[in-house]
Design a protein around this ligand. Structure first.
Ligand code: AGP
Length: 616
């Protein structure tokens, strides 16, 4: 997610902004920039694509006049690739106003059309520049930056934290937030703003948390917080307890812990802006209806965890869009002379967008005439650039090698794609599409509930099992790819043998592995929605329990049938059959992280692995 820093006070702001942005690097980004109101009352700005060092080098070579009022930003590209022009800050009102933004303004296209019709010109592809020009337009009318903010945010839909300063008002930085983080740092004669406390923790540990739909104005003398109607708001002060090392990961013990905690918002942000009138309408797929009506087959290609997301998405694509789907490992697909052509849609899934196996398979598919669609978490990456269409996941940067929040975002994107294609092909009644949309929109809250209720118990279970040498994972139907994902997560960060099976496969061989004390995770389908499969999996549990297995069951709240046969039960909220994977995987991510941590291993950088495998 983007990093935000603001400063007003007696000190020169440039180094404060840059060091604040450096402490926010853990959030992941692909461009950086600062703006400063200098001693002569002018407003200077510098921004560059790439890492913070690129900006530092640029500033060293071409110094920016310093000053005591400034804002800084590290951008994780959402609308528009990682370029100098798309980097923040964005300027408006004859370059006298600078704006930075974290989040997604859903209705920016409509607002941009309005501004274009009024003759405004744009220098970037971003939603942020729309906000900057709108604030500038309001400020030009009133001369009051806070009032300009209030008038502007009233028209926004989506999630945003906005900061702005105007050269007419040195010593003033104004901000507004909705569904995106913002905290205030309280200094002695100076004040700070940050997307989290890491931005200013080296200067002050006294902070204020800004609530939903609030506007804050900071000056060296103080802080004023009002709601969107202009009414004063009381905000809660708090003391920052992190040490600086923890601040590098936003206070989390590891990037993986931070990213597992972000799984709810990864799903929510991937859905954001893609629902219209209760149905799925993915703006990036506008104009491609003929592709979706013209295909007779979908081939999903990916590697590792992304492939398991693909296997999960297959159930939805076939059930909802009624298109035959094959899921293939990218590194196998290219070498087996597959039968594909113009009526095949090849959907690649990649968090990094740089996995060479997947990239080469996409290129191969295009050479064979197939249409290609990329599901990717990294704006402007190579695989999306090689594809005919792109559906970005908005999980934010995923730093830990073990993919967690990107996985749930990939499944979410596949479900959105399935419902989008279902609408275009008319394969589902709109009422049913709307019902699935409501289910998808309820998933973030359900994941949050699992994190609140089961995280501690699951972590404790992992500690107890720290010496185990092998864990098996069983799942059925759409729970099968989740069993595979649970096994991969465990083996790749705790280095113990782990294997996932289709529960129905047990009696065809794997049950020979069961011996007394063998830990086995079993993902149990809902008894409400899949009674037949539920009962078969309960039978499987009895089979392995009879042979001494130690059974850890993941089952929906209220499912009592599993209790007599389970040593441990981890509960997930009720959900439709195809939505259970998004919930059942969460305890498995927590378990893998807990066991690797209990073994004293580096959960973020496991041995032998890279975050992006850019070699074949
Ligand atoms: C997942 O935990 C692994 N790190 C790995 O399997 C990963 O999913 C795979 O390499 C694909 O990476 P991508 O999504 O960036 O293409």
């Amino acid at each position: 997610m983007c990093g935000i820093v603001g400063y007003v006070g007696p000190r020169q702001s440039r180094d404060i902004l840059i060091s604040g942005l450096a402490r926010l690097e853990y959030r992941g980004y692909d461009s950086a920039g600062i703006a400063i109101i200098d001693a002569d009352g002018g407003l200077g700005m510098r921004k560059r694509a790439g890492k913070l060092q690129v900006l530092r080098d640029d500033l060293a070579g071409h110094p920016l006049a310093d000053g005591t009022t400034g804002i800084g930003h590290t951008r994780w590209a959402t609308h528009g690739g990682p370029t100098d022009a798309n980097a923040h800050p964005h300027l408006a009102d004859d370059d006298k106003l600078a704006v930075i933004h974290n989040g997604i303004i859903e209705n920016f296209a409509t607002l941009k059309a309005e501004l274009v019709s009024e003759g405004y010109e744009f220098r970037s592809e971003t939603d942020t520049e729309v906000a900057a020009i709108m604030i500038g337009r309001e400020y030009a009318a009133s001369g009051d930056l806070v009032a300009a903010f209030r008038a502007t945010v009233a028209r926004f839909e989506g999630a945003y934290t906005l900061l702005a300063m105007h050269q007419d008002h040195p010593g003033l930085v104004v901000a507004a937030r909705r569904n995106s983080p913002l905290v205030i740092g309280l200094g002695e004669g100076e004040n700070f703003l940050g997307s989290d406390v890491a931005a200013f923790v080296e200067h002050t540990r006294n902070a204020l948390a800004i609530g939903q739909d609030e506007i804050v104005a900071i000056t060296p003398a103080g802080v004023e917080v009002t709601d969107f109607r202009g009414e004063p708001v009381e905000v809660e002060p708090f003391e920052v307890t992190w040490d600086s090392a923890a601040a590098e990961k936003g206070g989390w013990s590891s990037f993986m812990a931070k990213e597992v905690s972000e799984e709810p918002e990864a799903v929510a942000n991937t859905v954001l802006g893609r629902i219209r009138d209760g149905l799925v309408d993915i703006p990036e797929l506008d104009g491609l209806d003929d592709v979706f009506t013209g295909i007779n087959r979908i081939v999903v290609i990916a590697c590792g965890t992304a492939a398991y997301a693909g296997q999960t998405g297959k159930y939805a694509l076939e059930q909802w869009a009624r298109v035959p789907v094959d899921v293939e490992l990218a590194h196998e697909f290219r070498y087996r002379d597959p039968v594909i052509g113009p009526d095949t849609l090849v959907v690649s899934i990649s968090q990094s967008g740089e996995t060479m196996d997947t990239l080469m398979a996409v290129k191969y598919a295009r050479e064979r005439g197939a249409r290609t669609l990329s599901i990717c978490n990294t704006q402007g990456a190579t695989i999306p650039r090689e594809s005919d269409a792109i559906v970005y996941t908005h999980a934010g940067p995923e730093v830990a090698v073990a993919s967690t929040k990107a996985f749930v975002a990939q499944i979410t994107a596949l479900y959105l794609l399935a419902l989008h294609v279902a609408r275009v092909r008319g394969s589902l009644p709109h009422a049913e599409i709307a019902r699935h949309v409501r289910e998808l929109e309820a998933v973030p809250g359900k994941i949050s509930r699992i994190l609140e209720r089961e995280q501690e118990r699951t972590t404790q279970l992992a500690r107890w099992m720290a010496d185990t040498r092998s864990v098996l994972f069983l799942g059925r139907h759409v729970g099968y790819p989740i069993a595979l994902e649970g096994a991969l997560k465990l083996k790749e960060i705790s280095y113990i043998h782990a294997e996932g099976f289709a529960a129905g496969e047990l009696k065809h061989g794997p049950i020979a592995l069961i011996e007394p004390g063998q830990p086995v995770f079993v993902i149990v389908p809902s008894p409400r929605e899949s009674a037949l499969l539920h009962d078969k999996v309960v039978s499987n549990i009895q089979e392995i329990r009879a042979r001494g297995a130690r059974v850890i069951v993941i089952a929906e709240e209220g499912d009592a049938a599993v209790l007599p046969f389970a040593d441990e039960v981890l509960r997930i909220p009720l959900a439709g059959p195809l939505f259970e994977p998004l919930l059942a995987v969460v305890p498995l991510h927590i378990f893998a992280m807990g066991l690797a941590t209990a073994k004293g291993l580096d959960v973020d950088q496991p041995r032998n692995l890279a975050k992006s495998v850019t070699v074949e």
